[in-house]
Design a protein. Structure first.
Length: 295
């Protein structure tokens, strides 16, 4: 069923687990992610990057149908919305949540611009994620990254002034693939301080690909409630295809194999995040599931 991200993350924060937020940009990876969530009976947040989709309205409507047909709670979120026009398009496309990323701006600008988006989105019943501190790129050097870590002492004020629904924090991860042999070190002490200072507010981890599983699991236990994942899922899909030989050049088999690789990796990660069996039922909000033809 289709829900807002706030509905998913308030529960996750109260109960101490994290929900998977895979990046999706087409029907194939969206369906694979939903199958993973259904098999583990987990809530799910579909993250859509604006630049990855040619027609946001069309894709938003597709995702809404898939979410409404599903028996697990699913939110549709715009990942890293950069301006008002992108946010408005996502709301028109039926997204139930948007991220507005002003983390590269000075704090006062970040607060002012995020607050304006929150008013607009909340009026439409849409949840808002924002970032305080700055999660950088995996290729940048670590000293630069540390300068952007979230300051626990300033978090509560940021949340109160902006009225956001969940907060992306910078505690040691970065976007994209890390250079060879680099495993990010998560600042879990800082995470605990942020969680306490924020009054047990829902927190988001960006750039989780490449993290060691034990630290990730601990981060979800200590206060992260949404984990964005992209690179590791793409890698699993590509590896699954590489291991097979496809006779007769059957496109369906190639795409299904990629879906299965992605799905298995996401199932593994949902168990790490602690959200398996955390789906709840709202039967009246579901649509009958489409029966796909068997091949
Ligand atoms: Zn991100």
């Amino acid at each position: 069923m289709l829900v807002t991200m706030k509905e998913i993350l308030d529960r996750a924060s109260e109960q101490g687990y994290a929900v998977a937020a895979p990046n999706v940009d087409n029907e194939l990876n969206a369906r694979a992610c939903i199958e993973a969530a259904e098999e583990t009976h987990a809530p799910l947040i579909l993250d859509v990057a604006y630049r990855a989709v040619a027609d946001l309205y069309f894709f938003g409507q597709q995702l809404r149908v898939l979410a409404q047909q599903s028996n697990v709670p699913i939110a549709i979120n715009l990942d890293h919305g950069s301006d008002l026009s992108q946010i408005q398009k996502a709301i028109q496309a039926g997204f139930t949540s948007v991220m507005i990323d002003r983390s590269a701006c000075p704090e006062a600008v970040n607060i002012r611009e995020v607050s304006e988006i929150v008013k607009l989105a909340h009026a439409a019943g849409v949840s808002v994620e924002a970032e305080f501190g700055h999660v950088g790129d995996a290729q940048q050097d670590m000293q630069e990254a540390e300068a952007g870590f979230t300051d626990p002492a300033r978090v509560k004020q940021y949340i109160d002034k902006t009225q956001i629904d969940c907060l992306a924090v910078a505690i040691g991860t970065a976007h994209g693939a890390y250079p060879c042999n680099v495993v990010p070190k998560l600042d879990l002490k800082r995470l605990v301080q942020i969680k306490e200072a924020s009054g047990n507010f829902p927190l988001v981890l960006h750039g989780s690909s490449g993290c060691d599983i034990a630290s990730l699991k601990e981060a979800c236990r200590l206060g992260i409630n949404k984990v964005n994942i992209n690179h590791d899922l793409c890698k699993a899909a590509a590896e699954a295809v590489k291991q097979e030989s496809f006779e007769g050049n059957r496109a369906y088999m190639i795409f299904r194999t990629a879906q299965m690789g992605l799905k298995q990796k996401l199932i593994e990660m949902i168990h790490v995040y602690g959200s398996s069996d955390k789906a709840w039922n709202i039967p009246s909000r579901g649509l009958p599931k489409t029966q796909l033809p068997q091949r």
